[in-house]
Design a protein around this ligand. Structure first.
Ligand SMILES: Nc1ncnc2c1ncn2[C@@H]1O[C@H](COP(=O)(O)OP(=O)(O)O)[C@@H](O)[C@H]1O
Ligand SMILES: [Mg+2]
Length: 236
């Protein structure tokens, strides 16, 4: 069965989830798809929701794209505790349902990594289960990523999540070394999950004035989106 969306998680925070989610949304939109975006929980600021909104060129209010906003740049459960605010998961369900009616496909960015606590006894992995979305894992391409990726994959499997692919991202403008060259194949072999591509460091992805056509060209050049077409209502 084709899905209504894809949940973008990662091996941690500041790993490239927003950039990859934005590029994917822009690319799907460019191919004619009616795609929406969502960042259910923002902690600290809502720049991720703004980036996604801009990348996907949608007109939804930020309060719908990002139904839960927390003040401190901390794990959601910790920020909520300090703020004395209750996180109501049903607010996420409602926003997702509203957006699902409007769009054919939703790109949903997680918060931090998959084991981050949202509430007591409720982790990002539980949220993914609840939303019933397949996941895409974003990981650094460099040294150390095999361990982080294996841990994320095994955690996702323990929750019976449907992992459709991994994207490796280069976070620093450094010349690719041996780890960068060997990691994609090694990760594919160890996890048995397709690595859809390696996204090089590119300053223009980091900009506040995003050039969407550049994003689409750049992303399409480095990521084989056709490998996830089975979950998307579009043929590449
Ligand atoms: N491939 C890339 N090239 C250049 N900058 C990148 C790239 N990927 C991520 N960044 C930058 O690195 C930082 C972290 O990326 P981001 O997508 O915000 O991570 P996350 O959403 O996982 O926290 C941001 O400043 C982002 O613009
Ligand atoms: Mg982000």
């Amino acid at each position: 069965m084709k899905s209504k969306g894809l949940f973008i998680t990662g091996t941690g925070t500041e790993i490239g989830k927003t950039v990859i989610a934005g590029c994917l949304a822009a690319t799907l939109k460019h191919s004619g798809m009616n795609v929406g975006v969502m960042k259910p929980i923002c902690s600290g600021d809502n720049s991720d929701a703004k980036y996604l909104k801009h990348a996907a060129q949608v007109d939804d209010p930020l309060s719908l794209i990002n139904p839960i906003y927390l003040k401190y740049p901390l794990a959601p459960s910790v920020s909520a505790r300090i703020e004395e605010k209750e996180i109501v998961i049903n607010d996420i369900d409602k926003a997702l349902n509203t957006l699902s009616e409007k769009y054919d496909f939703l790109i949903v960015e997680g918060v931090g990594g998959i084991a981050v606590p949202i509430k007591d006894n409720f982790l990002v992995a539980h949220l993914i289960q609840r939303l019933q979305l397949p996941i895409l894992i974003v990981a650094d391409v460099g040294l150390g990523t095999i361990n982080h990726t294996m841990l994320t994959v095994s955690f996702a499997r323990a929750f019976n999540l449907n992992i459709v692919g991994i994207i490796l991202n280069q976070l620093q403008p450094e010349k690719a070394g041996l780890a960068e060259q060997t990691n994609p194949q090694e990760i594919e072999k160890l996890t048995q999950i397709p690595v859809l591509g390696v996204v090089p460091y590119e300053q223009r992805l980091n900009s506040t004035k995003l050039d969407r056509s550049f994003m689409v060209d750049f992303f399409s050049q480095h990521v084989d989106v056709s490998k996830i077409e089975h979950i998307i209502n579009i043929d590449f």
